[in-house]
Design a protein around this ligand. Sequence first.
Ligand SMILES: Nc1ncnc2c1ncn2[C@@H]1O[C@H](COP(=O)(O)OP(=O)(O)O)[C@@H](O)[C@H]1O
Ligand SMILES: [Mg+2]
Length: 207
Amino acid sequence: MRGKFITFEGGEGGGKSTQAARLAGHLRSKGLDVLETREPGGTPQGESLRDLLVQGDPDRWSALSELLLITAARVEHVNRLIEPALAAGKWVICDRFADSTLAYQGIAGDLGLDLVEQLQHLAVGVTGPDVTFLLDVRAEAGLQRAEKRGGAARFEKKGATFHQTLRDGFLALANEAPHRIVLIDGEDTFDNVWGQIEAELGRRFKL
Ligand SMILES: Nc1ncnc2c1ncn2[C@@H]1O[C@H](COP(=O)(O)OP(=O)(O)O)[C@@H](O)[C@H]1O
Ligand SMILES: [Mg+2]
C-alpha cells in the first residue's frame, strides 16, 4: 500500500522541525517505516541548493531565482526520494514543501500564486501531501525563537513586513485548502501542539 505524505509548514520558528521529529518518533513507535526529510533539500543535490538559498545576504537572490532553485531541488527530491518512498509504503514526513514556495516566493516575494503553481505542476505533477500541519505563530514571536535557536538565517533577515505578509499568506492558503491544511497555534505549548497533531492523525488515519 502507498504510504502517506505529511508536511509541516509555516514561517520561521513555528516549531516545524521540533514537531516533525516528534511525529517521526511516534510513527516509528507504531512500527511504521518513516522517511524524515526537508525542503529545500532532502537529496545531496537539493542540500547543495539549500546551502545557496539559506546563507548570505537577504538580497542575494531575487524571488524568481529562489523559485527556480527551490523547484530544481524539489524535482530531484520528489523523483529520487519522496515518490519511491511512498510507492514502497513509507510514511514521508517533510519539513516544508510546496506551500512554503507559494507563501515565500508567491505571496511574500510577490511573484503571484499562478506562476508558482504552474511551475510546481510542471515540476512535480500531482505529488502532494495527504495532510499538512501549519504551525502559525506571530511573525515577531517566530523570529525571536528562530534567533535564539541560531543557524543559517538568510530568510529570517528579510524584514518585518516580509514576515507579516508571509504569515498572512500561509493563513490564506489554509483558508483555501481547509481539508488538507490543519491550522495549529504554534504559540501553544510543545505538548498541546503535539496533542493536536496526534488527534488529527487519529481522525485521518486511525492511528
Ligand atoms: N511550542 C513551543 N513552545 C516554545 N518553544 C518552542 C515551541 N516549539 C518550538 N519551540 C522552540 O522554538 C525554536 C524554533 O523551533 P523549530 O522547531 O526549530 O521551528 P521551525 O523549524 O519551524 O523554524 C526552537 O528553539 C524550539 O525549541
Ligand atoms: Mg526548522
